[in-house]
Design a protein around this ligand. Structure first.
Ligand SMILES: Nc1ncnc2c1ncn2[C@@H]1O[C@H](COP(=O)(O)OP(=O)(O)O)[C@@H](O)[C@H]1O
Ligand SMILES: [Mg+2]
Length: 248
């Protein structure tokens, strides 16, 4: 994905100021920065989730594979399948585990019949590292799973519609350390197959899971580069201050 001069306003208030970034498909990219700096706002522009907020307005251009995602011809439902999203709080549908995964492929016409759909469900759950835990209880409600399992179910649901990009907004912040470690492992396994962009307030997590990091501050993208450079050899003073804990 590539953004050029993206600014986002809520009413008159500018929350993102002129952000241009090239996000490579072969890496995990982390967005870091203090609370309120605009990480979630910017992430939401990448699959037009901001469309659902009436006061939000986006300027600039955002391309997916060279295609302007804000063009009038863009099918937003299709876009959100191509650019999936996983939220802070796991949000499975109040439906069975099976239906949580099958729903997307059904509405997008990705399955030819029941056997096909079963295969997609199994493959997606396997890829999300959840199959062995749920294969004997596919008819149980998705909401009956533990928090960590629910989050992997949400990742499986995103995977089921064959996305190009997966956006994750602090996907571990509601999880315990063991469930967090499982999600981080999963991100590692998915790396390369999908472009992954993860917002995290944990610098340790960014360092562990990402190869590229963008540091945001007060609505601006201050610095972007290899994760190892950002954490060991940042160029900007503000990045240095943040990673050394001078403000949080
Ligand atoms: N729906 C909204 N309506 C109005 N202002 C918002 C909305 N969402 C976020 N903001 C404001 O935009 C700024 C950036 O917020 P956000 O993107 O949530 O930051 P972060 O994810 O980095 O914590 C903050 O000042 C926040 O109050
Ligand atoms: Mg946020």
């Amino acid at each position: 994905m590539r953004t050029k001069g993206v600014s986002v306003y809520y009413g008159d208030k500018k929350a993102i100021d002129d952000v241009s970034i090239d996000i490579p498909s072969e890496f995990v990219t982390a967005f870091i920065g203090p609370s309120g700096c605009g990480k979630s706002t910017f992430l939401r522009t990448l699959n037009r989730m901001n469309d659902t907020i009436p006061s939000a307005r986006v300027e600039g251009s955002i391309e997916l594979d060279g295609e302007d995602i804000y063009s009038s011809g863009m099918d937003v439902v299709q876009l959100r399948a191509r650019v999936g999203m996983v939220f802070q709080k796991p949000n499975p549908f109040p439906k069975s585990i099976y239906e949580n995964i099958a729903y997307g492929p059904k509405i997008h016409g990705l399955a030819e019949g029941k056997t096909d759909l079963d295969e997609i469900v199994e493959r997606s759950l396997k890829r999300a590292g959840l199959w062995n835990e749920v294969k004997d209880r596919l008819t149980d409600s998705g909401t009956a799973l533990s928090g960590g399992q629910q989050q992997r179910l949400c990742i499986a649901r995103a995977i089921a519609v064959d996305p190009e990009v997966i956006l994750m907004d602090e996907p571990c912040s509601a999880l315990d350390p063991i469930a967090t470690a499982k999600i981080e492992e999963l991100i590692d396994e998915l790396n390369g197959r999908y472009a992954i962009i993860i917002v995290t307030h944990s610098m340790q997590q960014a360092a562990r899971v990402s190869q590229r990091t963008a540091f945001f501050h007060l609505g601006k993208m201050v610095e972007y580069g290899r994760t190892s450079d950002i954490f060991t050899n940042p160029i900007e003073e503000r990045t240095k201050d943040y990673i050394t804990g001078r403000y949080g």
